[in-house]
Design a protein around this ligand. Structure first.
Ligand SMILES: [Zn+2]
Ligand SMILES: [Zn+2]
Length: 76
């Protein structure tokens, strides 16, 4: 498995680095929100995280859940 292999998150539709997520089909953000896995400590540059490549996308599901959980959105 390549360190830099990227896949599309099935939940939010963002591209992410597969090696950064605990789940194969979900980005670290969605995996964290939906399943409680450890999230990436996102570092945003030019609209996406330089660690996992998540671009801040949220599905309706993770968007509402994250506001309930009190997570801050990376974009304004
Ligand atoms: Zn996602
Ligand atoms: Zn990240």
């Amino acid at each position: 498995m390549s360190e830099k292999e990227t896949v599309t998150c099935q939940e939010c539709g963002s591209l992410f680095v597969k090696a950064r997520s605990k789940m194969e089909e979900l980005c670290p953000e969605c995996a964290s929100i939906l399943y409680g896995y450890e999230n990436c400590k996102h570092i945003f540059e030019n609209g996406k995280c330089i660690r996992c490549l998540w671009d801040g996308s949220r599905s309706a599901m993770t968007g509402s859940l994250s506001s309930i959980l009190g997570n801050r959105s990376p974009s304004k």
